[in-house]
Ligand binder design. Structure first.
Ligand SMILES: C[S@@+](CC[C@H](N)C(=O)[O-])C[C@H]1O[C@@H](n2cnc3c(N)ncnc32)[C@H](O)[C@@H]1O
Ligand code: SF4
Ligand code: SF4
Length: 319
């Protein structure tokens, strides 16, 4: 496991100049799961974008450094993902594939690795099959599948990031989750702060107290050969007393500043998590190549108002 992660590098420096260095592609918004917390834009609307189309777009953005494939469950369109990853790696562009890991197999994992995928990023929120099954309304055997696929990823030496959403269901089990991440052979653990979903009224986010406790505990118990990335916390990390140290990063938010989301129907969004505002559509004349030169009005408004629009919902009473 390399401490320097090529895909994550973009988040380790504060965005200075606004230009498109990261693209999140919703290859498909369809999904085989129905998580309550899901932030996917127009989930299951049937909109997909082909690898041919995506590759053309990538080739038209000279500033691009990384591409994230995230839907939906993009492995439903496995071959498209594979083709995009192979193309990016031939151009030196880092890639990450976000997945629930339910549809992986030894062959699929090896082919993604051989195509040059930088990171496979897997959601991992539960330490036992019963709780997993009860929360996601899937058969408990699915948990064994997920766990087995995570092991296969690490055994295949595919760089694996397990991501835990810090929310009501996980806030009192973060240490056990972290230990299981390690036991599964994974050395990169991303802790994603939970964001309220205005469109579905989902707001089972963690309490401020649990968030503070979890972050301090995870850092205190961090093993030397692991890396922790805390995501969507940079806005308030300092005020809550969180400090970076070797192997502990409070990733800088790049959404809207250096990264945009492309949906299957061509819509371009600022941040799928907290600001799913459409700023253009590639089929209606919006060009990603010079979007930061000709900033559409909603993008300029977002950049004028920075930082994160989710902040008030996270801490309604302030820090
Ligand atoms: C929309 S999912 C798509 C990838 C894949 N289907 C999965 O669930 O991992 C991408 C990431 O968004 C995160 N996510 C979903 N809803 C969220 C929320 N309300 N707040 C913060 N992160 C969220 C998930 O944890 C997941 O890692
Ligand atoms: S698996 Fe991912 S895309 Fe599917 S419902 Fe859950 S969070 Fe959303
Ligand atoms: S704008 Fe806010 S919610 Fe969106 S990625 Fe950045 S910190 Fe997270």
């Amino acid at each position: 496991m390399s401490i320097e992660n090529k895909y994550k590098a973009l988040e380790l420096e504060k965005p200075g100049i606004y230009e498109l260095e990261g693209l999140e592609v919703g290859v498909t918004s369809n999904c085989n799961f129905k998580c309550d917390y899901c932030c996917a834009y127009q989930r299951n609307d049937g909109q997909c974008i082909s690898s041919k189309e995506v590759i053309g777009i990538i080739d038209d953005i000279p500033t691009l450094k990384r591409v994230r494939l995230s839907g939906g469950e993009v492995t439903l369109k496995y071959q498209d993902c594979l083709d995009i990853v192979a193309h990016c790696s031939s151009k030196g562009i880092a890639t990450q594939l976000n997945t629930n890991a339910s549809l992986l197999s030894p062959e699929r994992i090896e082919r993604l690795r051989d195509a040059g995928l930088s990171n496979i990023h897997i959601s991992f929120n539960f330490t036992d099959a019963e709780k997993y099954s009860a929360y996601y309304h899937v058969h408990p055997r699915m948990y064994e599948t997920i766990v087995q696929n995570i092991r296969l990823c690490t055994e295949a030496k595919l760089e694996t990031v397990l991501e835990t959403l810090l929310f009501e269901e996980t806030q009192n089990n973060m240490q056990a989750i972290s230990e299981m991440v390690y036991e599964l052979g994974v050395r990169i653990h991303e802790i994603q702060n939970s964001i309220v979903m205005d469109h579905t009224n989902w707001n089972a986010i963690s309490t401020k107290e649990a968030l503070v406790r979890s972050v301090h505990d995870l850092i205190a118990h961090k093993k030397e050969d692991t890396v922790l990335y805390f995501t969507c916390m940079d806005r308030f990390a300092e005020a809550l007393g969180f400090k970076e140290q070797p192997g502990v990063y409070f990733s800088n938010c790049v959404d809207g500043k250096k990264q945009l989301h492309l949906h299957g129907n061509g819509d371009i969004l600022i941040c799928e998590l907290c600001h799913p505002v459409v700023i253009g559509n590639i089929y209606n004349g919006t060009s990603l190549k010079d979007i930061y030169t000709h900033r559409p009005k909603p993008l300029q408004e977002f950049l004028d108002k920075l930082p994160c629009p989710a902040y008030d919902a996270l801490f309604p009473k302030g820090i």
